[in-house]
Every structure is written in C-alpha cells, then in structure tokens.
Ligand binder design. Structure first.
Ligand code: BES
Ligand code: ZN
Length: 590
C-alpha cells in the first residue's frame, strides 16, 4: 500500500520521522515562535526528504554533528503551503531545523490581553487540525505520519504553558525574565493532535484522572459545568475499553477558539460557549473524550477518511449520553443531529460527492470541505451497524476494532475489510457500500423515535397556521427542547412574532449559546432590529465557527443587514482565529 496523503508533500514510503525534539521560544512582541526542531528518523535515511511547511522562515538545517545540510523550499501552494526538501547524507538518523513561525501562522492565534478574560496577560494557542501543524513545525503533516515528541517551550515568566502531552519540569529559562516548560508525549500521535496554549492559566482537580485548566476568572464556572467528567470517563471505558492516555485533562479556551472542542490528547480544548451554567452542553466534552479512542488511538489515514474519526465519535458520544441520561435524551440528540445533516446535505445537493462518507478531497482545502456529513451520516451508519448486529455483538466488535488498530492511522478500505471479517453478512445486509461510497442518505437510515420530538416539531411547523406553544409549559422546556423547536421554525418570522417569542421567553438574554444562536439566526434573518445589538456583541465575544458561519451567512444575505455584516466583521476580524477569519471571508466573497 502506498502511503500518500493528498494533503501532504511528504512521501511516507521514502522515509519517516518517528520522533521530534522541539525547543521553541515564544515571542509575544513579534508574534513568532523561534527555535529548533530535531527530527529523528524511524530508519537511517539518505537523499531527499520532503516536509510540509507553511509560512515558516527556515534559518538552517544541520546534521547531528552540526554540519550544514542542503535544503530548498518550493513556492507556496495556497492550500498545502511549501514543500521543504532536505538532502540527507547516507545513514542520517536525525537532523535539526532552525526556524521561526510567521505572525500569520494559520494554526496560531496570538491574543492581546484585552481578548482574554483576565484582560492583563497575552495568550497564545494552537489549532492544528486539519493541516495547520505545518505552520508551527516543519513536519510530515499527514495523519499517517505518527510521531512521539519532547518539547521545551520558553515563555515570559509570568505565563504558563500547557500542552497536549505529559508535563515535565518547569524552571527558569536561559534568558532573564523567562520560564521554560518541558513536556513529553511518549505515545505516537498524528501531527494534527499537536497542541499547546500559553497564558495566565490555572487549574483545578475534578477527579482522579481529570483536571480543568483555564484562566482564573473562568475556573469556578468551568469546574462546576464539567464536574461529571469522571462519570463520562467511566462510561466511555465501558464502551471502548481502557483509557490509554493516562490523564484526561481539558482546557477551557478564550472565546475566540474556533471550534466547540478539539480532542488534543491528554488536554482537550473546549470553547467557553459551553459554560451555559446548567451543564446542558457537556455533550461536547463527551465527544472529545470519545475521540481518545476513535480518532486518537484509531486515526483516519487522510481527510478522506475523516468519517472514521467523527462518525464513530458521535456514535460513542450518544452512547455515553444514553448511559448517563437515558434513551430519550439520546433520541433527542440524534434528532438534532439529523436536522443538521439534512440541512448540510440539502445545501450541497443530495447527489453531491460531498455527501459521501469516504470523500475525494484532493485539491481542496479541508477547512472548506468541513461539514456535518462525516459526523451525522457517519453516526447513522454506525448506529445502523449496531442495530443490525445487535448491541452485544457490536460492542465486542468495537472493542476489538480499537484494540486491533490502536496507535495506527487507517483508511476506509482497512475499516471495510475488518468489518467484513468481523461481522460477516452485516455489510451486505445494511448496504454498507452504498453508505460509504455513494452520495445521499440511503433509505434504510435508522430513525430515532421520540414523542417529545414529534410534539415539538409539529408545534413549530404549525407556526404559520397560528400554532403557538403554551407559554407556561414552554417556560419549563429543556434547552434541547428549545433547540429542536427553534430549528423547526420557519427561517423568517413576522416582526410581531419575533417580539412575542422574545417577550415571553427572553431568548435574547439566553445563557445557552445553542439556543441564543438559533434564536439570533431567526431574529436577524427576519430583520428584527431589537436583536441586532445582541448579535453584534455575540459576534465580538465568540469565535466558534459553528456560530459565526450561520450568523454571518444570515446577516450577509439579508438586504437590511448586509451592511451590518460587513461592519461587524471589520470590527472583529482581527479577533478571530485565522481559520475562522478565512471561513467568513469566503462567506462574504460569495
Ligand atoms: N476534531 C473536531 C474539530 C475539528 C474537526 C477541527 C476538523 C478541525 C478540523 C472536534 O472533535 C469536533 O468535532 N468538535 C465539534 C463538537 C462536536 C460535539 C460535534 C465542534 O467543534 O463543534
Ligand atoms: Zn469530533
């Protein structure tokens, strides 16, 4: 099998980097990391070795004796960055690259003190998935190229470094006024899981294996919101088998973090928009935890196999939910997921190749490719397999799958082969081939029945005919109820209907970010002015793309609000992560 990844310049047949030693200085005044990366080869090499880079300034490449090695860097490709070709002497086992990152590094966000909760210290964090690790370290930036690493990070002495790795010693840095933090990652990871953050960061223990990290101002709220993490960990081990990453800690990020969560091993990153104050959004923590198995132990070989990461993880997330909150909760979550899936599929077109599970994304930017399809179509497929095999058999299958492929990165074909061998007959019975390789949603997709769901959707669908929720009853709805109801309402409502909803249910004042965002989409889409200020403020505090994208799309497509979209973006673009900024620029260009 040739090990090529459409999103990497490196040829993994030719030589592989097995481990890295990083020694990086964090310079807030120039918004650069600078230092050295030593790349250790799995087997002695010789000749050209290609690495992925983006916007890196290469200062020199040396062998282990300090001799200069020849290198050249190719012209930049918009999506992939630049290929760095190092020429290794015969028998080379390691080499060192002296380099600096660019202030525009696509994985990094440098925050001014004003963009943090505390307002006094700067902050820096990374987000490498899908192909941004190359803007931080020169590497074979493919999930096929797993590596272990040691890292030393030197920062101003009043700041703390946390990393998705096991922390080692911290001590005085070699420059006055600095501190150095050491880390070790003894288990091999794909490059997209490399992650760190620097800032005024404190922590609190939540259980024997878990601790929350965040800024001091957010610590108490975070510790309360995610207090059940240990229960989740036990529920997840029930599904998958033992947790192999030692600790499961997590970091609650500044508001500009572009995702809901990111499963960085030993240190999941979470958006602060999960801090609803009622634990109603903790499913995202369960999701990132589940990636500890599906994603971090068994990793997609390339972005075309991304559904192996996300489909299985959504399935596991909902198994954990079923275990903790029951079947009805799982059905509701599945229904919310199906709404998102149908919206995504309809916007691509049901026969679009974007609706396949295994994709062909050669030549496209994974950030643009991102959608709910691998998540929710993937979920339905895994749930269908579970139904067809029966829970007992399927649970055994999952545990065996994890054990068999642990610490490897696998293609969809490898999964199919394993499925055929382990659950013979089932793939044909459920038409696995159609699910995986064809567009659209096969008609044997599992439907999760829920009376509550049907009631809420019917009520919302009767809106135009005058159907309204009973005010007293709706005041007692759960956050999930509200999400389903709002998602099922027409996308635009008459002004007086917006006013009625807001007056009765205080939607603009919502602390649950899902409800708030769903409401603001309807209200701004309806041109309902009393909510414009809240929308503007939300878009200035939050950088999570799940919220930015639909809100900017709605604002930008409304006659009355197009100018407002431009104004809000101009005021906040610098505060968004480069990946999020790029996403909104695409919306406003189209
Ligand atoms: N790994 C993803 C986030 C991601 C995917 C980042 C692709 C970059 C490229 C993470 O596990 C995720 O899926 N997060 C979701 C939450 C989840 C509950 C669906 C999110 O950020 O909304
Ligand atoms: Zn995920």
């Amino acid at each position: 099998m040739s090990r090529r990844d459409p999103h990497s310049f490196s040829d993994l047949d030719q030589g592989r980097v097995a481990s890295m030693d990083l020694d990086l200085n964090v310079d807030f005044s120039s918004s650069r990391l600078h230092g050295k990366a030593t790349l250790n080869l799995a087997a002695p090499g010789g000749g050209p070795l290609d690495l992925d880079t983006r916007d890196l300034e290469i200062r020199g490449v040396t062998d282990t004796d300090g001799n200069e090695l020849a290198w050249e860097i190719a012209e930049q490709d918009d999506i992939l960055g630049s290929c760095l070709r190092v020429t290794l002497p015969v028998g080379a086992q390691a080499f060192t690259i002296d380099y600096a990152t660019s202030p525009q590094a696509s994985a990094l966000q440098w925050l001014e003190p004003a963009q943090t909760d505390g307002g006094k210290h700067p902050y820096l964090f990374s987000q490498c998935q899908a192909i941004h690790a190359r803007s931080v370290i020169p590497c074979q930036d493919s999930p096929l190229a797993r590596f272990t690493f040691h890292a030393k990070m030197t920062v101003p002495e009043d700041l703390t470094v946390v990393m998705a790795a096991a922390p080692g010693q911290a001590g005085t840095g070699s420059q006055p006024g600095t501190r150095s933090f050491s880390f070790e990652m003894p288990q091999s990871i794909p490059p997209y899981l490399f992650a760190f953050a620097v800032g005024n960061i404190v922590s609190q223990d939540l259980g024997p294996r878990s601790r929350v990290y965040t800024e001091p101002e957010t610590l108490e709220k975070s510790a309360w919101e995610f207090a059940d993490v240990d229960k989740m960990l036990l529920a997840a081990e029930d599904v998958f088998g033992p947790y192999l990453w030692d600790r499961f800690d997590f970091l609650v990020m500044p508001g500009s973090f572009p995702y809901g969560g990111m499963e960085n091993p030993r240190l999941t990153f979470l958006t602060p928009t999960l801090l609803a104050g009622d634990r109603s959004l903790v499913n995202v923590l369960a999701h990132e935890l589940a990636h500890s198995w599906t994603g971090n132990l068994v990793t997609n070989a390339t972005m075309d196999d991304f559904w192996l990461n996300e489909g299985f993880t959504v399935w596991a997330e909902r198994r954990i939910l079923e275990n903790l909150d029951g079947l009805e909760a799982k059905s509701l979550a599945s229904a919310i997921g199906r709404n998102g899936l149908m919206e995504a599929m309809n916007s691509f077109g049901m026969d679009s190749p974007f609706t396949q599970l295994q994709t062909d994304s050669k030549g496209s930017d994974p950030d643009e490719f991102y959608s709910l399809v691998p998540y929710e179509k993937g979920y339905l497929f895994v749930a269908l397999l579970e139904q067809a095999a029966g829970r007992e058999k399927f649970d055994a299958f999952i545990k065996k799958y994890i054990k068999h492929f642990s610490f490897t990165s696998i293609t969809t074909a490898q999964f199919e082969e394993f499925l055929n061998a382990e659950l013979p007959g089932i793939p044909d019975q459920v038409r696995a081939n159609e699910w995986i390789h064809q567009a659209g949603l096969p008609d044997n997709n599992p439907v999760f029945e829920s009376e509550r769901l049907a009631m809420l959707e019917n009520l919302a669908k009767s809106w135009s005919d005058g159907g309204r929720p009973d005010v007293a009853a709706a005041k007692k709805w759960t956050p999930e109820d509200w999400q389903i109801f709002l998602q099922a309402l027409p996308r635009t409502l008459p002004q007086e209907d917006c006013a009625w909803l807001d007056e009765n249910f205080g939607l603009t004042g919502q602390g649950n970010s899902e409800i708030l965002c769903n409401w603001l989409i309807i209200a701004t889409g309806s041109g309902y002015e009393p909510t414009f200020d809240r929308t503007a403020r939300f878009l200035s505090e939050v950088g999570r793309m799940k919220y930015l994208k639909p809100l900017y799309t709605t604002l930008y497509s409304g006659k009355k609000t197009k100018g407002l979209a431009k104004e809000i973006f101009a005021a906040n673009a610098n505060g968004y992560h480069p990946i999020a900024r790029g996403g909104i620029e695409r919306i406003m260009a189209g």
